[in-house]
Design a protein around this ligand. Structure first.
Ligand code: TNX
Length: 471
């Protein structure tokens, strides 16, 4: 068995001796598009990097042959050479991640691989607790090993506003000062945010910023009460659904236009997430009015809008708007209808079913952090054993943009806590997003055990789930 997670499309063990990393080993790249990945790999493996494509012994050869298969790669390991070839730089990067997992053993193998879904995401809630730039980079490095390619940052919520916006200084001066439990607040300057975006890009990860409106806005309302029309107190608890922007006030839309313009300008990726979840103190009529206007504003800045599935209650969304489903694997209420609405309006769907893909759920009743509201705790095996096509049967593979594993941080003050809940479940979810079929759990478990050696090497925290024989 080839010990890679997510499992590749095909892999055939070869004969002969292993490829050994030695003093003469070098990374060689052909074609300028291959150079950044060659340098990344050279850094990781502490090997020299050279340009060229001549055969030689102890060479790790990276080659791009421009083509259409985004993210696909071929990898061959034999006794004196490793070759990775891909149609585009992301494919080369994924080939390099597979190689990393196969070293230092270097057993001979031929792999041909390509992603199932285009969107393979993680979400980090930096609003309930704030995570400095260094923590976010560390999370990016950890998820990039799993070939995840989007990081959704939940930048705003009742407990904190975490991004500097020019012309609205109190958003951060006041709105960023709080966090759950009275823990320290914090925010990203636009320069910090750009540093995150660029670091992510170097790992083929695209940042998706979320400005959650019209609910989840208490921190903004404390900073600028006129955006809500009432008076507001800072909030450090964990309830949801109590705040709303003023829906019928023009100031609200001037504010959102300014925020969306600035966020769009510093976000090279195609998506802007405007939340829309749990707007429980907004009437249905107001919510529909707001959804149409806010989504149109976000789209006017050149972005494809993403919203939590409730946004699909609106039938007046910009064409192509993406819905993020966070209901259960068996949908309740109108969550399935709200979700198919995005497809009916020319868009697509990201699945984040809360009972299997929410990484803030406890693993078991005695987990020291986490929550359990989504149909109880979520074991590693449960996180690994679901089918995105079975949730809403009306939705076909082509309607599904991809999957995302969110982590909400009400109970998670440190990045170590985040990692401990995320790993290894996020690896199991990455496999559903990447691999063409869902492997039986007993076939996944030994690959997770092998992957954990790399987590250990990087100092990434993880839960030694009882279903796996850890090495
Ligand atoms: C629901 S899921 C929320 C978040 C909470 C999370 C806690 C969703 C779109 N909203 O506001 O943080 O539950 O698990």
């Amino acid at each position: 068995m080839t010990l890679i997670v997510p499992a590749p499309v095909s892999s055939t063990p070869g004969l002969g001796a292993a490829f050994g990393l030695g003093p003469a080993t070098r990374v060689q790249f052909h074609g300028s598009g291959a150079e950044p990945v060659a340098r990344y790999l050279g850094n990781l493996l502490e090997l020299p990097v050279v340009e060229g494509d001549e055969a030689g012994s102890s060479v790790i050869q990276l080659t791009i042959t421009p083509g259409e298969r985004v993210g696909a790669y071929d990898l061959a390991i034999d006794v004196d050479a490793v070759t990775i070839s891909a149609d585009d730089p992301s494919g080369l990067f994924y080939g390099a991640q597979s190689l990393r997992q196969l070293l230092p053993e270097g057993l001979p193998v031929t792999i041909s691989d390509a992603p199932r879904f285009a969107y393979r995401g993680a979400m980090l809630d930096v609003a309930r607790h704030f995570f400095p730039v260094a923590d976010v980079k560390r999370y990016i490095d950890a998820i990039a090993q799993l070939k995840l390619n989007y990081l959704h940052l939940h930048l705003t919520d009742d407990q904190g506003w975490r991004l500097e916006i020019d012309g609205w200084p109190e958003l951060t001066a006041i709105g960023a000062s709080t966090a759950v439990n009275g823990d320290p607040g914090g925010f990203y300057t636009q320069a910090d945010y750009t540093e995150i975006v660029e670091y992510a890009a170097s790992r083929f990860v695209t940042i998706v910023p979320e400005i959650d409106v019209p609910g989840h806005t208490n921190a903004a309302l404390v900073a600028y009460p006129s955006l809500g029309g009432g008076s507001y107190e800072p909030y450090e608890g964990v309830e949801v659904g109590f705040s709303s922007l003023a829906i019928r006030s023009e100031e609200t839309y001037l504010f959102l236009d300014d925020v969306f313009r600035q966020v769009s300008a510093i976000t090279p990726g195609p998506y802007l997430h405007l939340g829309g979840d749990e707007s429980l103190s907004t009437t249905d009529e107001d919510f529909l009015y707001f959804a149409e206007r806010a989504a149109a504003l976000a789209a006017s800045h050149g972005k494809t809008v993403i919203g939590w599935h409730e946004l699909g209650r609106s039938r007046a969304l910009p064409r192509g708007t993406v819905g993020q489903y966070w209901g259960f694997t068996t949908p309740e209420d109108d969550s399935a209808a709200s979700t198919t609405s995005f497809v009916e309006q020319g868009g697509s769907v990201i699945f984040s079913p809360a009972d299997v893909a929410y990484l803030d759920m406890k693993y078991a009743d005695d987990s020291r952090v986490g929550v359990d509201w989504a149909r109880g705790v979520t074991s590693l095996e449960e996180a690994a054993s679901w089918d995105p096509l079975a949730i809403i049967p009306d939705l076909a593979e082509s309607h599904i943009l991809g999957l995302e594993a969110p982590i909400w941080t009400e109970t998670l003050p440190t990045i170590e806590d985040v990692e401990w809940l995320a790993f290894p479940r996020i690896a199991a979810i990455a496999e559903i997003a990447w691999s063409p079929r869902t492997a039986p759990f007993d076939e996944l478990a030994p690959r997770l055990a092998a992957f954990a050696r790399h987590l250990d090497a990087a100092g990434t925290h993880y839960f030694r789930a009882p279903e796996v024989d850890w090495l």
